[in-house]
Design a protein around this ligand. Structure first.
Ligand SMILES: Cc1cc2nc3c(=O)[nH]c(=O)nc-3n(C[C@H](O)[C@H](O)[C@H](O)COP(=O)(O)O)c2cc1C
Length: 129
């Protein structure tokens, strides 16, 4: 299995549209044994996806063609023994406006079994203003 973390720039998606996107991602991912989470700060996405390599490569190709975002930049692409969030087919991590609250929320939500590098990336992204 592999883990990929990428960031991208939104084409200006309203928050409600992201909820709809996540609902369809959950349905698709469950069928393809893909798990992960998504953060959206109103401008950029950070997504972590985990699963069989072929399934991830196919999803990455689909994502690259999706006009709702652009400029995908892969930050992590690593082999893994175990999933960090096996129960999340796709979980949206919400970023509260208040930065202190955001830190607390994100620190509480980040899965315990994630590589230190991935944890740092998620935290850095979440704490951006
Ligand atoms: C930031 C972002 C993240 C996405 N994540 C997923 C995902 O995890 N799984 C997925 O199937 N589609 C995801 N999509 C949507 C795909 O690009 C594509 O629209 C979808 O897979 C097509 O399937 P559908 O016809 O069932 O909607 C994402 C799109 C964006 C913009």
């Amino acid at each position: 299995m592999r883990r990929i973390v990428y960031i991208s720039t939104s084409s200006g998606l309203p928050a409600e549209e992201v909820d709809r996107l996540v609902e369809s991602a959950q349905r698709n991912n469950a069928e393809r044994e893909i798990t992960g989470f998504l953060l959206y700060n109103g401008r950029n996405f950070l997504q972590l996806i985990e699963g069989p390599k072929a399934a991830l490569m196919s999803l990455m190709a689909t994502l690259a063609r999706d006009p709702r975002h652009s400029g995908m930049l892969t930050l992590i692409d690593e082999p893994i023994e175990e999933r960090s969030c096996p129960t999340w087919s796709m979980h949206r991590m919400h970023l509260p406006f208040d930065v202190a609250l955001r830190r607390a929320n994100i620190d509480a939500e980040i899965p315990a079994f994630i590589s230190p590098e991935a944890r740092q990336l998620v935290q850095n992204f979440a704490y951006l203003n």
